[in-house]
Design a protein around this ligand. Structure first.
Ligand code: SF4
Length: 92
């Protein structure tokens, strides 16, 4: 299953997701974008795909709209931790 086929839980407002049609991750295994905690190689591999993605901004902005309790995975080249820091600042 690829990210463009990924079924988001109902808590997410699907909104306009036409950008997904241009995603660099289309056709790739969705699991690649949900690496295990501490799998730095997996995170880097996902980010490499995102860095070449023409809709990276749209994807990252979309993921920033996720509720704080549902922010796993690499979206727009950003990890859940990076998105939380962007949204609420660094934890002290
Ligand atoms: S930024 Fe990454 S996760 Fe988002 S659509 Fe592009 S390749 Fe997929």
């Amino acid at each position: 299953m690829s990210l463009d086929e990924y079924e988001l839980p109902e808590i997410f407002d699907a909104g306009d997701q036409l950008w997904r049609e241009h995603a660099a991750c289309r056709g790739l295994d969705t699991n690649m974008f949900f690496p295990e905690r501490g799998d730095y190689h997996g995170v880097e591999a996902a980010r490499q795909v995102c860095m070449s993605c023409p809709v990276r901004t749209e994807c990252g902005e979309y993921a920033l709209g996720f509720p704080d309790y549902a922010m796993p995975g690499i979206w727009g080249g950003l990890s859940g931790r990076q998105r939380r820091e962007m949204k609420w600042g660094k934890a002290s």
